[in-house]
Design a protein. Sequence first.
Length: 173
Amino acid sequence: MNKSFSGNYIPFYTRLLKRLTPFVLVFIIAYVQVTCGRLSRGEMANYRIYWLIFFAICFLIGLYYQINRLRTIVNEIRFTENNLQILGHDFNSKFEDKLVLDKVMIEIQEEEQGKKNVRYCLEIYSEDKYYYLNKFNDWNYQTLAQIVDEFKIRTGKNISGNDFYQELNKNTK
């Protein structure tokens, strides 16, 4: 019997814009400080170009890291006889992956979003592949709990982070 669970699709550029907005603001403040602030006067003026190069390199490294982290989003999970099928988007192009259910492990993770604000995510991994669900608040907690229940029924395995399971059932978006 096949069972399917779905989340919401968030386009790559929307995810990128949400994640990079704080970095762009910090870069603009640093640029203004270097060109117009204290760093542009006196002896530090000789090093202004080095500061700009330093900030540009930091920005590019941060951009690379964020793009690499944001590129993949999972939209649908399907349980088939012996496989777990993962459907999603890599950047904005669709991808599909099948994992053997016996080799799959699931972990519930808690991510702190600020003071007294947390988000629960599922990490699905098998050998060298791993996928995250709900990194962008695109899955309902009840759906995540149903995925965990279906995984337990089909494999008989326990999951890591089982203490967060009650929170998944209790919290709804």
